[in-house]
Write a protein that binds this ligand. Structure first.
Ligand SMILES: Nc1ncnc2c1ncn2[C@@H]1O[C@H](COP(=O)(O)OP(=O)(O)OP(=O)(O)O)[C@@H](O)[C@H]1O
Ligand SMILES: [Mg+2]
Length: 321
């Protein structure tokens, strides 16, 4: 018996592309313990969303999943449709970047919030209503009764994302998959919404996978961080250790290129070159063409994620650098 709620073991995902198949996620091994928050960080196209979606098998048409996904001791990839549905509606919830795209614009906020409780949890409409108002208060919306009668277009993006969080809390899931939940919001609202999500998650002992390309945000909210590049995880460390001493050259690049408020810099150093998706990765280490430390051995074989003094790093040069 382990304390791991979610286990991804060499997870891979490929999709059809013409006559071929394209790998989008490769060899992803990651665990999330009960009550733990893990941040999944990386540039655009690295496969973060596909990894999260694989957890509930919400993948593109024709996609093939490989490896193992285990949730609470059961293999998700082998679940029959009915149990998969139960998993998605009750135990694992997803929060997306754009709440507007996931709330029916013609129904009221009240309908949206009470629906899942009434249909999936068999709560009476009256009790669901009372719970919804209480949850709105939990996410900092005080005039709940009034908001319940409003439609999505009457609420700002920040308020709507709070409504989304309230809807997630309503079903009391064990795991929240939050895919860039605050990217569409302005900076102030971003930190407010993240703080609410972080606090409520802790209070309720929920686990979370937080996807973001904002390393700082992830570090402030999560216990551990995993860095993804070209469909693979290249580094995993406790959040504080990773930001203090990143071990993979890519993580280091992300660290130095992030904007800092406490230091006036003329231009931010950026990682040269463009990120690639898994199927575009060159031979050897996928990051090698952009890496300042690349050596001949980096072009020879794909580096495995190795355990190195408490961290996991996929770089053959870690010990020398
Ligand atoms: N429905 C799809 N069919 C085929 N390929 C897809 C599909 N969705 C995404 N991809 C490709 O899969 C790769 C990984 O995409 P993914 O959305 O997981 O990246 P991401 O890390 O979430 O990026 P972002 O930060 O931009 O959200 C990308 O190359 C993307 O173009
Ligand atoms: Mg994404």
């Amino acid at each position: 018996m382990t304390d791991d709620l979610l286990v991804l073991d060499r997870l891979s995902l490929d999709v059809p592309a013409g006559r071929e198949r394209r790998t989008l996620v490769e060899d992803v091994t990651l665990t999330i313990a009960r009550g733990e928050a893990v941040g999944l960080v990386g540039e655009s196209g690295s496969g973060k969303s596909m990894t999260a979606r694989s957890v509930i098998r919400l993948t593109p048409p024709g996609a093939r999943l490989g490896g193992r996904v285990e949730f609470d001791g059961r293999s998700v990839l082998d679940l029959p449709a009915r149990e998969l549905r139960a998993l998605r509606t009750g135990r694992i919830a997803m929060i997306f970047q754009d709440p507007r795209a996931h709330i029916n614009p013609v129904r009221t906020i009240g309908d949206f919030l009470t629906e899942a409780m009434v249909t999936n949890l068999s709560v009476t409409p009256r009790n669901a209503h009372a719970t919804a108002v209480r949850l709105l208060a939990d996410v900092g919306i005080t005039n709940g009764e009034h908001r319940m009668r409003q439609h999505p277009h009457e609420l700002s993006g920040g308020l709507l994302q709070r409504v989304m969080i309230a809807s997630v809390l309503a079903v009391e899931p064990d795991l929240v998959l939050a895919d860039e939940p605050t990217t569409a919001l302005d900076v102030t609202t971003q930190s407010e919404v993240m703080a609410i999500l972080g606090d409520l998650r802790k209070e309720r002992g929920m686990s979370m996978l937080l996807i973001t390309h904002d390393l700082e945000l992830a570090a402030a909210t999560c216990d551990r961080l995993a860095v993804m590049y070209a469909g693979r995880i290249v580094e995993v460390q406790p959040a504080e250790a990773l930001t203090r001493s990143p071990r993979h050259p890519y993580t280091n690049g992300l660290m130095v290129s992030r904007p800092r408020l406490d230091r006036a810099v003329h231009r931010l150093p950026v990682i040269p070159g463009q990120p690639v998706a898994a199927f575009e990765a060159p031979a050897g280490c996928a990051f090698q063409p952009r890496c300042a430390h690349a050596a001949p051995q980096c072009r020879a074989a794909r580096p495995e994620l190795r355990e190195i003094s408490g961290s996991r790093v996929a770089c053959v040069r870690t010990e020398e650098l």
